[in-house]
Design a protein around this ligand. Structure first.
Ligand SMILES: Nc1ncnc2c1ncn2[C@@H]1O[C@H](COP(=O)(O)OP(=O)(O)OP(=O)(O)O)[C@@H](O)[C@H]1O
Length: 510
């Protein structure tokens, strides 16, 4: 049954009618309509590349739609840029944080206002913000520097910022992907409470069915740029939503583990030390071994040295102590050693860390092998036709959604950039694979695909180091699991023998 609207509503209704957006010859959004009832939470679902971001970017004024209209409270509005969206009461919260880490919450909020006085009366601003917060369900320390807040509080501060800027229609783009399940539930619960009170209308992009079922009233599903279905969440199950999302396409079956890990230590990390960006010790003596045909999962709360560990292994950060060995030989993590030992990497935020955004899909896919046959002839002559052919093959095999090998990789949706990098890294012989949060922000079909690929690589004999903030993913994929806290490994177990209370305690640093 559809939840009736709250009795007293101050939040507006939002409607997009027949929105169409083309990029060149490609139609990313094909006459899509969506209706947000005032005071409701509306989920927007779709596979990677379905058009969800394009739809909200059209509504928020980042893109100008080729056709269609946006209505606030049944009146057509023209939103030419994000500032205009703000004046119509629309606010957007992103997956990644946008507040300035060194400034306090109060400073961030005041500076975000459209007009900031030349001389700021901080005492008055502080009192006004405290009074404003007293009317909100969100509790945050407004005098804390943003950098000192836990991820859940940072996301709450991002939401409070939009409310403070008078947003009454909140659009959230995967707001919980950086939060623990408890933090996610608390944040979504608070937003839902405000919607239930009629104070907020919410559109939330998420890949998590559990969140849709628990927190949303209505749902709209996109598939390949078209509307696949819309209606009350109560009329759906996770299965029916999954079917709407993917249509007839098949989902990869979970790959079975084939054979036990061997005795050959493929990757050995001993006493590894490294500093973080600000020169503080991040790795304080990491000892770790990964065998051939083994997945070792590294669990931990983000910020405990995982990023630095991956960077050192990928040659993007210099160690200050300890040693790395691959195949028993010292490994310098430079281009020659990476190539000689067949070490491959799936880093976090692949568009930033593993791609050149302005270059094409084909060029990005060729990074590993542009100077080898068949792509290079006579030692240096690049065969562009061969490069395009190789890319077409990878695009088909790894189901990368792109207009073609010539498209700049930055124009692909987040999930499809991930698939393209995966295709490049896994389609060759891989002796050691370092994967960092490899399914972050991906839809369930892509998650199944990528997990299957990682297990298949392991079955072929690859040693896999899987660093992830998602404990469920680690428990599902790992042969062995270690917990990292404050730059050292503090616990080791197998998934079968894992005690979640002990793991939780180790993650929290107790
Ligand atoms: N600026 C652009 N130029 C060309 N094509 C684009 C551009 N932005 C998006 N696209 C294409 O439009 C399609 C929809 O992308 P969009 O980012 O809206 O998907 P999405 O549903 O948000 O996916 P994800 O869950 O991976 O973020 C994709 O095929 C993408 O390649």
């Amino acid at each position: 049954m559809t939840r009736p609207l709250p009795a007293e509503i101050t939040a507006p209704a939002l409607e997009a009618v027949a929105l169409t957006k083309r990029f060149g010859a490609f139609t990313a959004l094909d006459s899509v309509s969506i209706k947000l009832r005032p005071g409701s939470v509306h989920a927007l679902l779709g596979e990677n590349g379905a058009g969800k971001s394009t739809l909200v970017k059209c509504v928020m004024g980042f893109y100008r739609p080729d056709d269609g209209a946006v209505l606030v409270n049944n009146h057509e509005v023209v939103i030419g840029d994000p500032r205009a969206a703000q004046t119509h009461g629309l606010g957007m919260v992103y997956q990644h944080f946008t507040l300035v880490p060194r400034m306090t919450v109060l400073e961030n909020l005041v500076m975000a206002r459209a007009s900031v006085p030349a001389v700021i009366d901080w005492a008055a601003e502080r009192a006004a913000l405290a009074a404003f917060l007293a009317t909100m369900p969100f509790r945050i320390d407004i005098d804390a520097p943003v950098a000192a807040l836990a991820a859940g509080d940072k996301q709450k501060a991002e939401i409070v910022k939009q409310l403070y800027l008078k947003a009454r229609i909140l659009i959230l783009d995967e707001p919980t992907s950086v939060l623990t399940p408890d933090e996610a539930d608390e944040t979504l619960g608070l937003i839902r409470a405000m919607a239930l009170a009629g104070r907020l209308t919410v559109l939330i992009i998420t890949h998590k069915f559990r969140e849709v079922m628990a927190f949303a009233d209505d749902v709209t599903v996109l598939r390949r740029g078209k509307l696949a279905g819309t209606g009350s969440v109560a009329a759906h199950t996770p299965d029916s939503l999954a079917r709407l999302m993917i249509g007839e396409s098949a989902i990869a079956a979970p790959a079975a583990r084939d054979g036990a890990p061997t005795n050959e230590v493929r990757l050995a990390v001993a006493g590894l030390r490294a500093d973080d960006e600000s020169g503080m010790p991040a790795l304080r003596g990491v000892d770790l071994q990964v065998h051939a045909r083994e997945i070792v999962g590294v669990a931990g709360v983000s910020g405990n040295g995982q990023v630095e560990l991956v960077q050192v292994l990928a040659g993007q950060r210099t160690a200050t102590g300890g040693s790395l060995r691959v195949h028993g030989e010292l490994y310098a993590a430079d281009r020659a050693d990476i190539r000689r030992h067949k070490v491959h990497c799936l880093p976090e935020e692949p568009l930033r860390n593993a791609c050149v955004p302005g270059m094409s899909v084909a060029e990005n896919m060729a990074f590993r092998c542009f100077d080898e046959a068949p792509l290079a002839r006579g030692g240096w002559w690049l065969d562009l036709a061969a490069m395009r052919r190789a890319a077409r093959d990878l695009i088909a095999r790894y189901r990368v959604k792109t207009t073609g090998p010539e498209a700049p990789i930055a124009t692909l949706s987040g999930g499809n950039v991930q698939r393209a990098v995966l295709a490049r890294e896994l389609s060759r012989d891989v002796d050691v694979l370092i994967a960092a949060n490899p399914v972050f922000g991906l839809d369930f079909a892509a998650v199944a695909d990528i997990h299957a690929q990682i297990v298949e690589a392991r079955n072929r004999g690859t040693a896999v180091l899987l660093v992830s903030e998602d404990l469920d993913e680690l428990l599902e994929l790992s042969d062995r699991l270690v917990v990292m806290s404050r730059g050292v490994i503090v616990h080791e177990t197998t998934p079968a023998a894992a005690d979640l209370t002990v793991i939780g305690r180790c993650m929290a640093g107790h």
